[in-house]
Design a binder for this molecule. Structure first.
Ligand code: DAK
Length: 258
């Protein structure tokens, strides 16, 4: 498949998607979000892929929704066209782990895209902000919902209401990102992390991702019940028995992803 706004490649069991609109700092327009959604769905359906990475450039993961594209849209344009809902939410249906590798600006919709990933690896240069208030807009791709869940109401309100920008170390302290690495090591260390994740049993990864996501969306008692059912399900898999027997035999497990 040819792409005009992203680059796609596989490295072993890791699927890489690189946002590529360098002149607009990877501003997210419809074409890019369509291509990103298609690439995510393709990797999710590929049995040879166990984890997916989304990254940008040295300067920008993504500088937000494309302001030039949106500037003259009307209420009816975004409602009838299902702006955001139509193509930005493809990532929510991806079952495999998705890692954001962020260098430079992750602003507005770019920050929201990172927040929609399962793991965020931030380079020292990463900068996170939801500056929509400066445009008299609001973070509308999940930012007002995922950010408070990730870092708490006080910090989220500060970021959303004042457009405060966090550097990588602040984002790490607040729990917005999973880990911070030197810029020079971002791609290599993310590949190593993704390859490690992808080496594990895929159905177990999917079950863990579903269970952790439940923690956001249900009361503790329901979440615990969901987790328990997911655990019981592991005993129906080849890989869980293989994993436990390999431990007892002091050998490396041979997972078959079933
Ligand atoms: N959209 C379009 N173009 C952008 C852009 C963006 N978000 N961000 C940067 N660019 C373009 C610039 O216009 C410039 O283009 P040229 O002038 O060269 O043609 C080029 O990228 C380089 O940018 P700068 O010259 O500004 O570069 P700097 O290094 O000086 O500054 C910056 C980098 C990231 C600090 C700055 O570019 C900036 O502040 N960008 C805007 C960031 C921003 O406000 N992002 C939030 C966008 S609003 C909705 C749901 C969701 C949303 C909206 C609606 N509904 C459900 C209705 C989400 C909204 C957003 O994300």
């Amino acid at each position: 498949m040819t792409h005009s706004t992203i680059q796609v490649q596989a490295q072993g069991r890791v699927g890489w998607i690189t946002l590529h609109r360098p002149r607009q700092l990877n501003a997210l327009n419809d074409a890019l979000m369509d291509e990103l959604g298609a690439a995510l769905r393709a990797f999710d359906a590929d049995p040879g892929i166990g984890a997916i990475v989304i990254t940008g450039s040295d300067k920008a993961f993504a500088a937000g929704a494309d302001i030039e594209a949106m500037a003259d849209w009307t209420f009816m344009d975004v409602t009838a066209g299902q702006f955001i809902t139509r193509n930005w939410e493809a990532i929510r249906s991806v079952r495999k782990p998705v890692i954001a590798a962020v260098a430079g600006y992750a602003m507005g919709g770019g920050c929201e895209l990172a927040l929609a990933c399962d793991v965020i690896v931030a380079a020292e240069s990463a900068r996170f902000a939801l500056p929509e208030i400066k445009l008299a807009m609001l973070p509308g791709a999940g930012g007002t919902q995922r950010l408070p869940r990730a870092i708490g109401k006080a910090k989220a309100m500060d970021m959303c209401l004042s457009a405060r920008m966090l550097d990588a170390q602040e984002a790490d302290r607040y729990g917005l990102v999973s880990r911070v690495v030197p810029d020079a090591g971002l791609l290599e260390q993310t590949q190593a992390l993704a390859a490690q994740i992808a080496s594990y049993s895929l159905p177990a990864l999917v079950a863990i991702k579903e269970s952790v996501n439940r923690a956001w969306e249900s009361p503790l008692s329901e979440g615990i019940l969901f987790e328990r059912r997911a655990l019981y399900g592991r005993f129906a898999s080849h890989d869980a028995h293989e994993g436990m027997h390999a431990f007892l035999d002091k050998r490396t497990p041979a997972f078959e992803h079933r």
